[in-house]
Design a protein around this ligand. Structure first.
Ligand SMILES: Cc1ncc(COP(=O)(O)O)c(C=O)c1O
Length: 453
């Protein structure tokens, strides 16, 4: 099938002929709960299935090409099928993909990653961001001998029981701001896990410290994402980060930064924006060059809890596919390409994107705003930028408006993350940003029309 415009595809979606995607989804529903292995790909009435991607464009199996601002949830820093990554991985594929032997590729990549940040004395690779965060929390417990962890209300850190607490808290169960409730995500989460998670509000140093003080002797670490997407993609304030850092120093706890998404923000991660050095950093997503990955890096004495050569191994740590050579090679090629100049250029393009969207909001004269930093942005259907999870909470009216906007963008050839967030790839240029802001303007105007009805 030749490639068609998103507009033509919409016409096809409304025709009586079932699309190939609709047929595939029927088959998928028979064998997978919800018809998929990750909820992120779901769309109503059915997901669309990918045919191929190239640079910042993805073509689905109906033949429709869209600009990809989702980038597999912020994991493709150079877009799709970068020729250098394809070449490196193809060469390794022919030699084997996983061994019960170590590989040179792992060492080379470890050296490169440690050179990007002066706080990365040592690094270990794992297979996902979830695993990276889990390993950081277990390392912090092993190092301190303490059971509890603290985390920011609403922040997403993957699926580990402890890390996911409060991620989906709602007004009816989140409790008092001075003492947020540890709300489980999955039914059946043990109460013991909930009791070992201390929830603090984002960007509120006074309240956060007062809460941490109540658990000072039991806290192994404070876990923080410096630009938490689910909280609202609002940068952490310097005061907040410094307060957490100072508190952990004074109370024998560790500071753990989740940079699974934000490592893209600077050459050595978003932490370069702040004058603090975390003890451990979790990474993932883009550092895999398009393949499954996670990593944790940090202080030598802390990382040493995983050292199998020690007399007593405090945290035995392993993984069948950890540091497999495909991921290591793809990651190394991608990260070498993402040098300081590339980071700077991408962040400047994102500044332009945020300014262009703000201008579209102004022209449409609609209560909306854009947040973000580095190479990411998020559009909120709120007049004021939120400050934390509670002020960023999306009510029904905002959710309805966001859906109109996302549908409009999708129909006009633009794929976003379903929170109306976008992440840039180095394959993008000002041209793609101009197409985005034009489509945003159309989307905002459509929302206004709906609201006037
Ligand atoms: C900040 C953050 N931490 C951890 C994770 C979990 O990573 P993964 O999906 O690779 O397990 C994510 C995934 O979106 C994330 O955004």
């Amino acid at each position: 099938m030749t490639e068609q415009t998103a507009m033509a595809a919409r016409t096809q979606e409304h025709s009586s002929e079932p699309s190939r995607s609709a047929e595939l989804y029927k088959k998928a529903l028979d064998v997978m709960p919800g018809g998929c292995s990750r909820n992120t790909v779901l769309r109503k009435p059915h997901p669309l299935y990918a045919k191929h991607g190239e640079g910042c464009y993805v073509t689905d199996i109906e033949g429709v090409r869209r600009i990809d601002f989702a980038n597999n949830m912020a994991s493709l820093i150079h877009g799709h099928a970068h020729p250098a990554v394809v070449a490196g991985v193809t060469e390794q594929l022919q030699k084997g993909t996983a061994f019960t032997l170590a590989t040179e590729a792992e060492i080379e990549y470890a050296v490169h990653m440690c050179s990007r940040n002066p706080g990365f004395d040592k690094i270990r690779f794992v297979n996902s961001g979830t695993e990276a965060v889990m390993s950081c929390l277990k390392a912090a417990r092993a190092y301190t001998g303490r059971p509890k962890i603290a985390k920011v209300e609403g922040a997403y850190h993957g699926l580990y029981d402890y890390a996911e607490v409060s991620q989906t808290a709602k007004p009816e169960n989140w409790g008092d701001m001075n003492n947020p409730v540890s709300v489980p995500v999955a039914h059946g989460t043990p109460t013991s896990a909930l009791n070992d998670v201390v929830v603090i509000p984002f960007n509120d140093p006074e309240r956060a410290i007062a809460i941490l003080d109540q658990h000072a002797d039991d806290l192994a670490c404070v876990l923080v994402d410096l630009l938490p997407h689910r909280v609202g993609l609002i940068p952490a304030s310097a005061e907040f980060v410094q307060a957490l850092h100072k508190w952990t120093r004074a109370n024998g706890a560790l500071l753990v930064c989740d940079e699974v998404i934000t490592f893209r923000s600077n050459y050595g991660g978003a932490q370069e924006w702040y004058n603090v050095r975390p003890d451990l950093t979790a990474m993932g997503k883009m550092i895999g060059g398009g393949f499954p990955v996670g990593a944790l890096a940090g202080r030598e004495d802390v990382m040493d809890v995983m050292n199998p050569l020690a007399d007593k191994v405090l945290f035995p740590h392993s993984g069948t596919f950890s540091a497999n050579p495909i991921t290591m090679i793809a990651g190394l090629i991608s990260m070498k390409l993402f040098d300081k100049a590339a980071v700077e250029k991408l962040n400047q393009l994102a500044d332009y994107a945020r300014a262009s969207i703000a201008e579209a909001i102004r022209l449409a004269d609609i209560p909306a705003c854009v947040t973000g930093a580095g190479s990411m942005f998020r559009v909120h259907m709120k007049a004021q930028a939120p400050q934390d999870y509670r002020s960023g909470f999306v009510d029904q009216a905002e959710a309805a408006a966001t859906k109109i906007l996302l549908d409009h963008l999708f129909a006009n050839g633009i794929m976003m993350i379903n929170t109306c967030s976008g992440t840039l790839s180095t394959a993008m240029t000002q041209n793609e940003i101009d197409i985005l802001s034009e489509a945003m303007l159309g989307g905002f105007r459509k929302i206004k029309q709906h609201q006037a009805l």
